[in-house]
Ligand binder design. Structure first.
Ligand SMILES: Cc1cc2nc3c(=O)[nH]c(=O)nc-3n(C[C@H](O)[C@H](O)[C@H](O)COP(=O)(O)OP(=O)(O)OC[C@H]3O[C@@H](n4cnc5c(N)ncnc54)[C@H](O)[C@@H]3O)c2cc1C
Length: 647
């Protein structure tokens, strides 16, 4: 199965050429600036004068959560970093004269947490500058906001929710609590039974390019497998194999002990397990190929059978595998299996709520209100984020291109940080610097790092993925078809779902199928046959080369084919599209298929995060775990290192 752009020639009117009347869904001053869905939106903010402070983010109406088109790693955010990677030499930088206690590179959850921890352990007057290359803060924890049909609709453009394979530890749990998030008490804002209460179930869409015919079947996970597949284009043999895999209790590795089975499964991809051990029909393998996209951002060819077992993939029911650790080094297939995982909580904009709470604390006055409930509908005043009178400043659209110790790293007492904004280089000084950015880019910022550390940092290849938010004028088609979400193994986006219902503070999710609603679609660009990291790199290149128009065409085609029988008309029913492209998505985690298991001191993330003079390294790569708690924990450690060696 190929994962490329398989959209057929458009023969019917999908509405892609119909201009979406922007006043339908965008309010405020941005309307005048953002004239085309696909346009270089940053142009609208182009600075026309030197401005060390507020810059574009200080302009009236600056409110990036409302922007549509290509978001996530949006045009304008990454080009100067790539130029640096490709050999462009950074200039000396115009001296801003600014001196800080701390400069944080990266305004994601890790960078914002680093600022929080540093201030908490020093003083409220501590001067901190946070620099981020995007037009919004939060990193992956990105808010998508839509004004449609007179109501505000929210969705996570990246980080979905508080959720980790491990219970949050003291640093992460402490921060969440300090921000006022009582996970257990707030569970009541979620309504996980809402759609099932309306009789909506999971659908599976078989596409004709992969399975021979376009067909939607309804009731996955609820109706027996044989019944579910009765209406599918699967052959008789594929149906039998699917039923055997899902409902059989077969021990596919008889004669081995539990640990021997786990070891075997850890060295076998799930694709190879299906093909060579369970010996299922190729159509069943094609069916499962993207099933791992959401959790690992790669297909089942690059995820071990042991890892997917821990997530409840089928085929292991008869194998008597006990939960837990399998090796001397402590490799656990998934922490979920060993610990049950963390508590979970989904805010309407995902963990962007955490980022916004951090910013509210760091920059008083920038985010109105004082509770978790009211922050969901609060409008951030971006003009207040970078003011000279504020001890903590958050400067957006600013790509750091150099972070250097002044003098010998062993004795340095100061760092110089150079960043690019609007094509110009600026210089600031500080007593310390936390790099809460991407590990793989750090060697370009700090070329003096020891070679071994640089090699380890380069090895942190993040997995690319896309969360697409689509605003629909209503969800009658979902109601008619009896579906709330769809798994689409051969389609451009491998799944999509109605936005989970969450009512918090003044925010009310849609409740009637006549209401406008948002759906979230998942796409992961993969190239089965390559190693995981080769696939990640190829996928990243593909993402950056794919124009918004290609996404839009595929989205319209996919929704028309899947929902058409329910009366869905993409030309009429799609109100807006936001493609959250994350070329540097999930942090690289240990993958037993491609890497030897090393003792802790030799592991990539441990070698990578060594302190370098007055520079320390946070971000989720430093924990080799693509989770919010890892981003927070690493910030805590990095700040601790800096403060312990502050003279
Ligand atoms: C689509 C998606 C869904 C996810 N869902 C979940 C989830 O449900 N639960 C969960 O716990 N985790 C989830 N994660 C993982 C989680 O989001 C991350 O682990 C965490 O948010 C990472 O935070 P961070 O601050 O380390 O990195 P980031 O969020 O990437 O922030 C780093 C910031 O630094 C910026 N930066 C990089 N280089 C520079 C530079 N040179 N100059 C200036 N700025 C720079 C980056 O552009 C970015 O804005 C998800 C991740 C993705 C991509």
């Amino acid at each position: 199965m190929t994962e490329g752009n398989k959209g057929p020639p458009i023969e019917r009117n999908l509405g892609e050429n119909r201009p979406i009347p922007r006043r339908d869904f965008i309010q405020g001053a941005l309307v005048g600036a953002a004239t085309a869905l696909t346009g270089p939106l940053l142009k609208a903010y182009a600075a026309d004068s030197v401005d060390f402070g507020a810059g574009a983010q200080g302009r009236p109406g600056y409110y990036p959560p409302l922007l549509n088109g290509m978001r996530g790693s949006h045009p304008g955010s990454f080009e100067s970093a790539h130029a640096l990677r490709d050999g462009t030499k950074p200039g000396a930088g115009l001296d801003t004269g600014e001196v800080y206690d701390l400069v944080v590179v990266g305004g994601g959850i890790s960078g914002l947490s680093a600022a929080h921890f540093y201030r908490a352990q020093t003083s409220s007057r501590t001067r901190i500058l946070i620099l981020d290359n995007h037009d919004d803060f939060g990193g992956h924890a990105k808010r998508n906001e839509f004004q449609i049909g007179g109501r505000t609709l929210l969705l996570n453009g990246g980080t979905l929710e508080i959720d980790s394979p491990r219970p949050y530890d003291a640093a992460a749990a402490g921060l969440i609590k300090e921000l006022g998030i009582d996970v257990a008490a707030l569970k009541k804002v979620e309504h996980p039974e809402f759609y099932s209460g309306l009789g909506l179930q999971r659908g599976v869409f078989f596409d004709k390019e992969t399975f021979g015919a376009d067909q939607l079947v309804v009731g996955a996970g609820v109706v027996p497998a044989a019944k579910l597949l009765a209406g599918s284009p699967f052959s008789q043999r594929a149906r039998q194999d699917y039923v055997r895999l899902n409902e059989g209790a077969i021990d596919y590795l008889p004669g081995l002990s539990c640990d021997e089975k786990k070891l075997t499964l850890s060295k076998l991809s799930y694709r190879d397990f299906l093909r060579d051990v369970a010996k299922v029909d190729p159509a069943v393998i094609a069916f499962y190929q993207p099933r791992s996209h959401g959790e690992w951002a790669v297909g089942i060819d690059a995820v071990s059978a042991l890892d997917v077992w821990a997530f409840g993939f089928p085929g292991f029911q008869g194998m008597k595998l006990a939960p837990g650790v399998i090796s001397r080094m402590g490799y656990t297939p998934s922490g979920y299996a060993a610990t049950g995982g963390s508590e979970t909580l989904h805010f309407p904009d995902g963990n962007a709520t955490i980022a916004r709470l951090l910013v509210r604390n760091l920059v008083p006055g920038a985010v109105p209100g004082n509770s978790v409930e009211d922050i969901v509908t609060a409008r951030v005043d971006y003009g207040r984020l970078d003011r000279p009178d504020s001890p903590v400043r958050l400067r957006l659209n600013s790509t750091v291109i150099r972070a250097s110790n002044v003098g010998d790293p062993a004795t340095a007492r100061e760092v110089v940080v150079i960043y690019l904004r609007d094509g110009k280089a600026y210089k600031v000084r500080a007593r310390g610097c936390v790099l809460a950015s991407y590990n793989a880019m750090i060697p370009y910022l700090c070329p003096d790092l020891p070679e071994k550390q640089q090699a380890a940092l380069h090895g942190a290849v993040k997995a690319p993925l896309v969360y697409t938010s689509v605003a629909l004028r209503n969800w009658q088609a979902f109601k008619k078809l009896g579906i709330a979400d769809v798994y689409a193994p051969g389609s451009y986006h491998s799944s999509f779902a109605l936005n989970p219902k969450v009512d918090i503070g003044d925010y009310r999710s849609p409740s009637s199928p006549d209401d406008p609603i948002l759906i979230r679609m998942l796409r992961v660009p993969t190239q089965p046959g390559l190693t995981e990291h080769e696939q990640n790199k190829a996928g990243r290149a593909e993402l950056l080369a794919t124009p918004f128009a290609t996404f839009e065409r595929n989205i319209r085609d996919q929704l028309a084919r899947t929902l058409g029988a329910g009366g869905f008309d993409p030309a009429r029913d799609i109100a807006a599209i936001t493609v959250n492209r994350w070329p540097h998505g999930y942090a690289a985690e240990f993958n037993p298929l491609f890497e030897p298991e090393l003792p802790p001191a030799e592991q990539r993330q441990v070698v990578s995060r060594a302190q370098f003079g007055r520079i320390t390294i946070a971000n989720s790569d430093a924990g080799a775990a693509a989770y919010t708690d890892s981003a927070i924990d690493q910030a805590y450690r990095a700040v601790g290192e800096l403060l312990r060696t502050d003279t």
